[in-house]
Ligand binder design. Structure first.
Ligand code: SF4
Ligand code: SF4
Ligand code: SF4
Length: 317
């Protein structure tokens, strides 16, 4: 059995930089942030070189789109960081703060209703980097999904954004066909011809947009792009399914502001050690939703950031 020489304080310090102790050894895994799971060939080359130069030559992928290089000796940590920095890469992604963003490939996916790589990069800059020193009660995870297929499970994150295409149905153009192409194309069974006219049940429709352009009589010629936001999801020791805000946002800035308000609310009203799901449960969904749709939290932003809160958060990884 190897003798462990790294003190707990040192271990804690490098963990905050994204270096996780490899159990039973003095080596660490360096967690590299990929921004949104998209890295260049050059960055891949640099990571591979760094893994051979400083680590044990092994690279692993985490479930949240970060890359870990294993087996880095403690005294090589700074050199490793400098080496990957030349390709614009950095380590991190630990602690009771906003965590690295997870994104699906909605930008290129045939079902994608939003440019998920672009929006997740924006979220990374504004909230992962921008809020990096802001201490929270626990970790805070954000995911961006391109459509309601939910491949990256946005509703199991503290906050999740899902691309939408809200069908614009023109009742005047509808002929109440016996065989309705919209009805046939709708994967949710939300569209039905009733009494000679199409009806879309808004409680069932998930705004997937598949019906847009599917009517030969142009009753659904276009749709309005939007963002659905889920809050309070989590996956792990305890599981909670996020709940969607009642409003579907059609303005990107407004949707991003909701993320910022959620972070501020969590910081201000969360109890150290609890996840956002618990905060919402304690305060009540309606109360939280009301605050996220109002301006007050952003108006008090500086005051919330300046408060001495959550000096030790609940995150253990
Ligand atoms: S969630 Fe939708 S857009 Fe994203 S990868 Fe899945 S199917 Fe494609
Ligand atoms: S939506 Fe189009 S296809 Fe469906 S019943 Fe109306 S006109 Fe016919
Ligand atoms: S947007 Fe999707 S779920 Fe809604 S009616 Fe159209 S096809 Fe059905």
């Amino acid at each position: 059995m190897a003798t462990l020489t790294i003190s707990k304080d040192e271990e804690k310090r490098v963990k905050a930089l994204g270096f996780l102790s490899n159990k039973g050894t003095d080596n660490f895994s360096g967690r590299i942030i990929t921004v949104n799971g998209k890295i260049t060939a050059e960055q891949q080359r640099v990571i591979a070189e760094a893994a051979e130069k400083f680590g044990n030559g092994v690279v692993t992928f985490t479930t949240r789109l970060t890359i870990e290089v294993q087996g880095i000796p403690f005294d090589k940590i700074e050199e490793f960081r400098a080496y990957i920095a030349k390709a614009g890469l950095e380590t991190g992604g630990t602690g009771s703060v906003v965590r690295p963003v997870v994104s699906c490939k909605g930008t290129t996916c045939q079902y994608g209703l939003l440019d998920s790589f672009a929006i997740s990069e924006e979220i990374h800059e504004r909230f992962y980097k921008g809020y990096h020193t802001v201490k929270l009660p626990h970790k805070f995870k954000i995911a961006v999904g391109g459509c309601p297929n939910n491949c990256v499970k946005p509703d199991l994150n503290d906050i999740g954004i899902i691309g939408q295409l809200i069908p614009n149905f023109d009742e005047d153009e509808c002929n109440g066909c016996k065989k309705c192409s919209v009805e046939q194309v709708c994967p949710m069974g939300a569209a039905k011809v009733v009494d000679g006219v199409l009806e879309i049940n808004k409680d069932i429709c998930n705004n997937c947009g598949r019906c847009v352009g599917s009517c030969h009589f142009d009753a659904i010629e276009n749709g309005t792009p939007g963002y659905k936001i889920y809050i309070g999801g989590r996956w792990g020791k305890k599981i909670a399914q996020g709940r969607a805000l009642s409003k579907v946002f059609t303005d990107k800035e407004e949707a991003l502001n909701v993320i910022e308000k959620a972070i501020l609310l969590f910081r201000e009203q969360g109890i150290t050690g609890e996840r956002f799901a618990k905060t919402i449960e304690r305060l009540g969904f309606e109360n939280v939703e009301k605050q996220l749709l109002a301006d007050d939290l952003l108006e008090r932003k500086q005051q919330i950031l300046d408060a001495q809160l959550h000096l030790t958060g609940g995150a253990t990884c």
